[in-house]
Structures are given as structure tokens and as C-alpha cells.
Design a protein around this ligand. Structure first.
Ligand code: SAM
Length: 380
């Protein structure tokens, strides 16, 4: 029975993808680039780039390339989790999809799963045009897509507010694509009082790590091809700063994880959050010295209670963020403590983050940054 259900779900999302490709075949090169990247990532190659800071979140939506959308569509963990959650929640609902992307991927899932009516909004002109061009004509009486930011959408009359919101404006650090102020605005103006939201909630976890080993030449070539990696001969990860990394080795963790940020879209949340933790360094199984040079942040996305995605343990389209604080790693003792304060300020779309780290002898390090932008970190 379970197998049959899974088969039906896979067939439905497979046919949505085929239909999209058929109707929008000029995106075949982007499909090839995106699908090849997902395959290489699943094979376990490390692919990375150093993150450049930026401060214009509005640019985010205009720079989401079609190839990036293909990487997201090729992410089976993401597609299956959303498909399962949407199938369970959508029947008879008046649905709002914030950020349809070029294929109205989630909005069309909602139509297929028997939503009463689905309204999508998409801020990027290119993605909006693509979404309109490839919409299945059989769905046209059940779906509308508007070209606007959700925050600019006019509030509907009280009796036509949306009772289900679906979105996937979730970053590698959960909050860093603006989801918190956007969802808060939707709850205040666009949704009914008891509306359900998919995804349900997310946490970004933080874990202390030992230095990332060198890349192989092939990984360095991949990082140059796909991300903003400077040179194919730059195989050593020496400079401090933030790196977007696919396939960061799990064995480099030298403590248990803690919560960097945690937000539940289905309850009231504040846009500013502060968390403090003590990390206890754990001896590795080998006799090698324990080296520390920074932290990894990874996403746990609760799409619904049965469908949870973890970007450190699963090979998803969300990479982890490696914050390299020290150029020369620091030798740590088994059981030594590191005190860490995390601050998130999402009171405007350019979310601000800070990390303050205090070692046992009193040395303090800090790192601050803004929300992400796919084009600022990668080339795809
Ligand atoms: C990660 S993509 C997800 C696309 C699609 N929903 C999917 O799941 O494949 C996010 C999309 O949301 C759009 N977006 C982000 N914030 C938005 C907002 N506040 N209003 C409208 N579109 C937004 C971006 O332009 C981008 O196309």
C-alpha cells in the first residue's frame, strides 16, 4: 500500500517535471547544468566557494537562475517532502504560494492535489514569465499567478483570505532568504487567522569543526565551474570567512550541535532571536590532536511533522555554511568549553547575523554577516 502511494507521488511529480520540460524546452541547457551538478553532489564531491558579503536582498529574487531551479527540482528530499505535505493539507483550501519560481512547481502540486483555488506570486520577472508560459492549460481555471513581491500584494477581502500558505524561501541558513518578515507580513494581511503554513518550521544548527581538508584538483575544477571559487589551483582552504560547501565531511565535527536559530511559522514568532550555548569539545576516535578552526551551520527544515530535511546528513540542494574563524587552527583539549552567542535580526529583509565566540582563557572572536544571495555565492 505504502509502495503504491509512493509510486503515485513520484509519478505525479515526475509528470509535472516532464510537462515543464516539454513546454519550456529552451531551458534544456539549464536542465543539463542543474541536473549534472545534483549528480556530482550526490556522488560526494566537495564543491564550495567563499561567500562575498552583499546587502541587497531585493536582488536575490532577480538573480535566482533557471539552473538553480533545476538543482532544486532534482533534489528528491525536497520534492518528496513538499509533495507529501501538500497532498495531506491542500484539499478544498484556498492556497497562496509565495515565490512560484519559473515552473510554479509547488503551486501546480497544490492544483493537482485538489486545492479549491491557488494563487501564486513571483517577484522575479524572468521566473514569472516562464511560469505563465508553461502553465498547464488544464489548470487555468484553478490558478492565478501575479508578478509581485508578496509584501506588495493587496490584502484580499476578509472572506477570500488564504487558508494555506506554501513557500520555499528557505536559505541554507533557514532565515537568510527573507522568509521571516515575508511570512509575518502574509500572516498579518493575507491569511485567515487559523491558516496553515508549509513548511511548518525550521532550525539552523551550529556545530564546531576541525579544518576542512584540501580539495582534490577535480573538486577545485568543479568549484570553479559551478561556484565562485577563484582558481582551479586554489585547493587549500586557508582564508578566514564564510564558505558555502556541498559535502562538508561529517567526521570533522568536534562537538554536539546546538541551535543557532529556530522558528515555527505556525505560531507567533519574534523577528529578533538570541541564543547562547556552551560547546564541549569531544575527543575524536583517533589519537590525533583535536583541532578547531570554526563552525558549520546546517538546516533542519520541518516541511511537516513527517517530512524533515537535514542539510548536513542528507545530500540536498541546501549546502552547509562553513564559518572559518581561524587561519591557523587551535589545538583543543577533550572536554574544553567554547561559549557562543548567536544573534539573528530579521526585522527587515536583509537579515543580520552575529556570532561571538569566547574561549576558556578569555580570547573573544566575532563574525557578522547579512542574508544570502545565490548569485553572490555561485555562478550557476
Ligand atoms: C527557492 S525558490 C522556490 C521556487 C519554487 N517555489 C520551488 O519550490 O521550486 C524561491 C522563489 O521565490 C521568489 N521569492 C522570494 N521571496 C519572494 C516574495 N516575498 N514574493 C514573491 N516571490 C518571492 C524568488 O524569486 C524565487 O523564484
Amino acid at each position: 500500500m505504502q509502495d503504491k502511494k509512493e509510486l503515485t507521488i513520484t509519478t505525479k511529480s515526475g509528470s509535472i517535471v516532464c510537462l515543464m520540460l516539454f513546454r519550456y524546452s529552451k531551458f534544456a541547457p539549464a536542465y543539463f547544468v542543474g541536473t549534472l551538478f545534483s549528480w556530482l553532489q550526490r556522488k560526494g564531491f566537495k564543491i564550495l566557494s567563499k561567500r562575498r558579503n552583499h546587502n541587497d536582498a531585493e536582488m536575490l529574487t532577480e538573480t535566482y537562475s533557471i539552473a538553480v531551479h533545476h538543482i532544486m527540482i532534482a533534489d528528491k528530499y525536497r520534492v518528496d517532502a513538499y509533495q507529501n505535505a501538500i497532498n495531506k493539507a491542500v484539499t478544498g483550501k484556498n492556497v497562496l504560494d509565495i515565490g512560484t519560481g519559473p515552473y510554479a512547481f509547488l503551486a501546480q502540486m497544490a492544483v493537482v492535489a485538489n486545492a479549491k483555488y491557488t494563487t501564486g506570486v513571483e517577484a522575479s520577472r524572468e521566473s514569472y514569465n516562464a511560469a505563465i508560459a508553461q502553465l498547464n492549460p488544464a489548470y487555468l481555471s484553478k490558478i492565478t499567478i501575479d508578478h509581485c513581491y508578496s509584501t506588495n500584494k493587496i490584502s484580499p477581502e476578509e472572506n477570500s483570505k488564504y487558508d494555506l500558505l506554501i513557500h520555499e524561501i528557505i536559505g541554507c541558513i533557514g532565515s537568510d532568504e527573507g522568509s521571516l518578515p515575508v511570512v509575518k507580513d502574509a500572516k498579518e494581511r493575507l491569511l485567515t487567522k487559523n491558516a496553515q503554513i508549509i513548511p511548518h518550521s525550521f532550525s539552523t544548527h551550529i556545530i564546531s569543526v576541525s579544518p576542512l581538508q584540501s580539495l582534490t584538483l577535480f573538486e577545485s575544477i568543479l568549484s570553479r565551474m559551478y561556484m565562485d571559487h577563484e582558481s582551479i589551483f586554489d585547493t587549500e582552504i586557508k582564508a578566514t570567512g564564510m564558505y558555502d560547501v556541498f559535502n562538508f565531511p561529517i567526521q570533522n565535527a568536534i562537538s554536539d550541535p546546538n541551535v543557532f536559530e529556530t522558528f515555527n511559522f505556525n505560531s507567533d514568532f519574534d523577528l529578533i532571536q538570541k541564543n547562547s550555548h556552551i560547546f564541549k569539545i569531544k575527543k575524536q576516535s583517533t589519537d590525533e590532536p583535536i583541532l578547531f578552526d570554526g563552525f558549520v551551520l546546517f538546516l533542519e527544515l520541518v516541511v511537516d511533522e513527517q517530512n524533515i530535511i537535514n542539510s548536513y546528513l542528507q545530500k540536498t540542494n541546501w549546502n552547509v555554511i562553513y564559518i572559518k574563524l581561524l587561519e591557523v587552527p587551535r589545538e583543543m583539549q577533550d572536554g574544553e568549553e567554547i561559549h557562543v552567542k548567536c544573534e539573528i535580526d530579521a526585522s527587515n529583509i536583509d537579515t543580520k547575523y552575529s556570532l561571538t565566540v569566547t574561549f576558556s582563557e578569555g580570547t573573544i572572536l566575532s563574525h557578522t554577516w547579512n542574508g544570502s544571495n545565490p548569485k553572490a555565492i555561485g555562478k550557476i
